[in-house]
Design a protein around this ligand. Structure first.
Ligand code: MRU
Length: 350
């Protein structure tokens, strides 16, 4: 693979460890601009406004974020420190509700604080730094393995359709759904990728098209409503998507529009693969009905991206950011631990 992609650092810590540095994804594809985030408010806003987005990436940003904020806590005692840590944790966790990785990463950071209450505050902060780095590293290792696992299901030259962006920009490195594409590219598989533009925030057009083009992958951009036509022509042999939360029964929350793609894939007899790290599986969630779906501003539908408003003033608009694909439509869920086929029964050991 053209490693220009891994040269882009989606989320990292500044060299002096006083800030979280993100590649501002709202500026892509026009501008590769890094932004330093110093405060809890700046980190919350970056997650909420999708400057950093993608389930694993927001978990990593929150982990680095709470480390940066912990260093700023003025406290003499453990209890005072923990009270403020918990306040910041709850605040960051509220930035986006659907992706479980956000709360999972923050819970891991809290576990470090709670398990080391006998240690000095400076030692606890050092351990938080190590834990945030470990979350980044584990995600990078997981993504590569997810790619390897999925590649065993794909053949050279296949047409692959993807929705939203589950690539390098959404994670630590490589991506989840795009990891097999990158690994295949390195090995001469020459996949032909179709990227749904992904209304309303255009993660497919702005981000997937951008990163695959940059890596030299053959990618064709389509509007969301063109997927059926492309499938009917026989140009797609597999669908790969990421996930924001997978329930114990295999229901999958992912970017709005994913469930429609799954319905189409079933109609045309195309395998529908969901790729994500184990950290995206929420065994506490029995099925998709229990997953909270983020709703965003109607302006993203009526005004954003248009030179002028494209819908009448006062029109009602419904803007859910995610949908749930029923487990019945999922061919396999692929994590770093393997390939899971129906019936899905995820447990903490899966
Ligand atoms: O709203 P976004 O851009 O954060 O939505 C992202 C997705 O739905 C991705 O498919 C998902 O987070 C998987 S990222 C590896």
């Amino acid at each position: 693979m053209n490693n220009i992609i891994t040269d882009l650092k989606t989320v990292r810590l500044s060299p002096d460890t006083n800030a979280v540095v993100i590649l501002d994804q709202t500026r892509l594809p026009g501008k590769e601009e890094y932004v330093s985030l110093f405060t809890a408010e700046e980190i919350w806003e970056a997650i909420y406004k999708l400057k950093v987005r993608g389930a694993p990436a927001i978990g990593i940003a929150a982990a680095y974020g709470i480390y940066v904020c912990s260093k700023q806590i003025q406290a003499e005692t453990y209890d005072t420190f923990y009270r403020e840590f918990d306040r910041v944790k709850q605040y960051l966790a509220g930035a986006r509700p659907t992706a479980v990785n956000l709360t999972a990463a923050l819970n891991r950071m809290e576990d470090v604080v709670c398990a080391n209450r006998e240690k000095s505050l400076s030692e606890i902060i050092r351990l938080l730094h190590d834990e945030a780095n470990a979350i980044w590293k584990e995600d990078a290792v997981a993504c590569r393995q997810i790619g390897e696992n999925c590649l065993t299901l794909l053949q050279p030259g296949m047409g692959i359709l993807t929705h939203c962006n589950a690539g390098h920009l959404a994670v630590s490195e490589y991506g989840t759904a795009l990891a097999p594409v990158y690994l295949g590219e390195e090995r001469g598989y020459k996949f032909k990728v179709f990227a749904d533009e992904t209304r309303p925030l255009l993660q497919g057009a702005r981000l997937t098209a951008y990163e695959l083009c940059k890596a030299g992958v053959d990618v064709t951009l389509i509007c969301d409503n063109m997927a059926s036509a492309v499938m009917k022509k026989g140009w797609v042999q597999a669908v790969v998507v990421g996930c924001d939360r997978v329930a114990a029964n295999g229901d999958v929350a992912n970017k709005i529009g994913t469930s429609g793609v799954a319905v189409l894939a079933r109609h045309y007899g195309i395998p529908f693969y969901v790729l994500g790290p184990t950290s995206t599986i929420d065994c506490q969630c029995s099925d998709g009905d229990a997953i909270e779906i983020e709703e965003r501003s109607p302006d993203e539908i009526t005004e954003m991206w248009y030179a002028r408003r494209m819908a009448p003033e006062g029109i009602k608009a419904y803007n859910p950011a995610f949908d749930v694909t029923s487990h019945e439509l999922v061919t396999a869920i692929i994590t770093e631990r393997g390939i899971f086929y129906p019936p899905f029964h995820f447990t903490a050991e899966s």
